[in-house]
Design a protein around this ligand. Structure first.
Ligand SMILES: C[S@@+](CC[C@H](N)C(=O)[O-])C[C@H]1O[C@@H](n2cnc3c(N)ncnc32)[C@H](O)[C@@H]1O
Length: 235
């Protein structure tokens, strides 16, 4: 999780960042390869906020879940940029029958197999793949959870990925994006090779992907020094 709030902002990330798209992705892969496969590693040293994060996500998701008409079914979830499975373990496996994980870092997925314990038997797939290349199976997922990873995709790749996620949803399915939000413009992080976008840019990308924001909240009770974190429900 990138918490560093420095660097100059601009209207589009491509303006100054993606001179070399390949190196944007390669540098991020390299960064994550050196990070320990722990909750603290996933959260950039803020492991202590994991419970607040998960509780906020659970409250958010439970508004939509159920077996009735119009409700999102508790069938299969996809955890995107899953890392070691922090969210799968405490949010998705308790609420869904099966879960798939996708992450670009093989070492994290290897760790997930032990970290998830007995309940991890309900994980059907561990996909090692960048989201920019990942093709989720059409009509498979009730919920696609995308947290603290969108900053690793270019605007165009994010749009295209969200479009593929839309096709991968079951009826009444939901995409949830939970991520840092910049006050204005696009703030690059040269250390982990990511960007933090403001809400208006994120909204434009969502709209270009053919999705609507059906609900949005700001995560409460996070430390003041980190970015604001917003949760968006899309379909
Ligand atoms: C800040 S961690 C968040 C992990 C998890 N979502 C969580 O909240 O605990 C970012 C994760 O994104 C993964 N990642 C980075 N770039 C990616 C990409 N292009 N495609 C898929 N995963 C990526 C990293 O390997 C890492 O596991």
């Amino acid at each position: 999780m990138s918490t560093r709030n420095y660097g100059r902002s601009s209207e589009r990330m491509e303006d100054h960042l993606i001179e070399n798209e390949t190196s944007f992705y390669v540098k991020a892969e390299q960064y994550w390869k050196d990070i320990p496969p722990t909750v603290d590693g996933m959260l950039g040293g803020y492991g202590s906020i994991s419970s607040i994060d998960i509780n906020g996500s659970k409250k958010f998701l439970q508004k939509f879940l159920g077996e009735g008409k119009g409700k999102t079914r508790p069938g299969c979830a996809l955890d995107c940029g899953a890392g070691i499975g922090r969210i799968t373990k405490r949010l998705l496996l308790p609420l869904f029958r099966t879960v798939d994980l996708v992450d670009v870092t093989q070492e994290f997925l290897d760790k997930a197999r032990s970290y998830l314990g007995e309940e991890g038997k309900r994980v059907e797939n561990y996909f090692c793949c960048g989201l920019q290349d990942f093709q989720p199976q059409p009509d498979r997922y009730d919920v696609i959870w995308i947290q603290w990873v969108i900053g690793h995709l270019t605007d165009d790749h994010l749009e295209q990925f969200l479009r593929r996620c839309r096709s991968a949803l079951r009826p009444e399915g939901l995409i949830v994006v939970k991520d840092n939000v910049a006050y204005e413009g696009v703030v690059p992080d040269e250390v982990d090779s990511s960007v933090c976008r403001d809400l208006s840019l994120l909204r434009r990308i969502v709209a270009r992907a053919g999705l609507s924001i059906i609900h949005q909240e700001q995560q409460q009770n996070f430390p003041e020094e980190i970015y604001q974190v917003h949760i968006l429900a899309l379909r």
